[in-house]
Design a binder for this molecule. Structure first.
Ligand SMILES: *Cc1c(COP(=O)(O)O)cnc(C)c1O
Length: 362
């Protein structure tokens, strides 16, 4: 019998979305935080053109892509690393800086892939309490142990949708020992109301990384492109563990064109947040609890886990697929990705029907 490494055998598989709906009904997937809008037409054209040179290995230096990111964000191209989604960068950070005997820290509702990344390298994974579904800097600092090597904070958070301000990030960084790497995952940074740029300023300290993704605001989840701003010394170490040809030529070309088309991305964000805020108002009018969201999704809290399960059932019967949050210790919640206005109206209508069925005052 072939035995895996014992820490791998002990891991649970990463929980993917359950996209099962009723037969014969069109499915409205609100389960994976994908963009409601297609990518920029310029990204599609660039990707198609890049296919013509697909017999060649792609640019291992991501030259054009890094130049585009550097231009838009006013950051040095040499300190940018790209990954097959930011997930590859998260996993590689764990491979670089954690391992057997080490510990990785995140918060109570921290993004589930942080756990997978830690456990896959044989490190232990700790979670500090959140307050009001929001990251608590004091609780994170209180949960640091002598073996803690790496702290992951998704800001805004997934699945909560909430965020902490720059001053809080600085307080977190100041409170952590200089030998602990802090990773600020801004996969939803483009949706955050406050200018999301500030966190890049922390990278100059040499111990902090900021991650971004093309999967959400840029609508390129299927092409798998993420990037991060790294201190030079950390970037050197990361290159040793990254796959040297990690982002396909098609993906690099499309992402470069998408980055160059900021007005398209900003219009996507504006439309998504408009529909999101309208949906939140409808939910609150039904008496449902939702934290303010700085992302392209909404967390909906029901009275208890059974209520959330019955709401999920009602929605699924109509072909509306939200994400159960049981694995996050939020069994009383569903997470709804913001889709089109028509889809969100339909979802809200289903929830209104569910409230009626439950005999709730709405
Ligand atoms: C979606 C998401 C990611 C993954 O992004 P990819 O670039 O698609 O790998 C990373 N972090 C958080 C918090 C996310 O929600």
């Amino acid at each position: 019998m072939i035995e895996p490494n014992s820490h791998v055998a002990a891991m649970a598989p990463y929980a993917l979305a359950d996209l099962e709906g009723p037969a014969g009904k069109p499915l409205n997937s609100l389960a994976q935080n994908e963009s409601v809008l297609p990518p920029s037409p310029k990204a599609i054209t660039a990707g198609r053109r890049a296919l013509e040179t697909a017999r060649l290995y792609c640019d291992a230096e991501w030259t054009d892509l890094r130049a585009a990111i550097a231009r838009v964000h006013h950051i040095p191209a040499e300190q940018i690393l790209c990954g097959a989604g930011s997930m590859e960068l998260i996993a590689s950070l764990a491979r670089c800086y954690a391992g057997p005997g080490g510990r990785v820290l995140s918060s109570q509702y921290g993004y589930g892939f942080f756990r997978s990344a830690a456990l896959a390298v044989g490190a232990a994974y700790d979670q500090a309490p959140e307050r009001g579904l929001t990251v608590s800097v004091d609780d994170l600092l209180g949960a640091v142990r002598p073996e803690t090597r790496l702290v992951f904070v998704a800001n805004p958070g997934n699945p909560t949708g909430t965020r902490i301000g720059y001053a809080e990030l600085v307080r977190l960084r100041d409170g952590l020992d200089g030998c602990i790497a802090l990773v600020i995952d801004e996969a939803y940074g483009e949706f955050a109301e406050a200018p999301g740029e500030a966190a890049f300023g922390l990278v100059g300290r040499g111990d902090t990384v900021v991650l971004r993704s093309f999967s959400k605001a840029y609508g390129l989840a299927g092409l798998r492109v993420g990037w991060g701003l790294f201190p030079p010394a950390m970037a050197d170490q990361m290159r040793k563990v990254l796959n040297p040809n990690n982002v396909s030529g098609t993906s690099q070309a499309s992402a470069t064109a998408a980055m160059d088309d900021q007005s398209y991305m900003l219009a996507t964000v504006a439309e998504t947040t408009r529909v999101r805020d309208h949906f939140i108002i409808r939910l609150r009018n039904l008496g449902l609890e939702t934290p303010d969201s700085s992302t392209n999704f909404v967390l909906i809290r029901f009275a208890d886990a059974d209520g959330a399960a019955r709401a999920d059932q009602t929605l699924r019967e109509e072909g509306v697929i939200m994400r159960r949050m049981t694995g996050y210790g939020l069994a009383d919640c569903l997470r709804a990705t913001v889709a089109s206005e028509a889809q969100m109206d339909m979802a809200a209508d289903c929830l209104a029907l569910w409230c009626q069925k439950e005999g709730l005052p709405c």
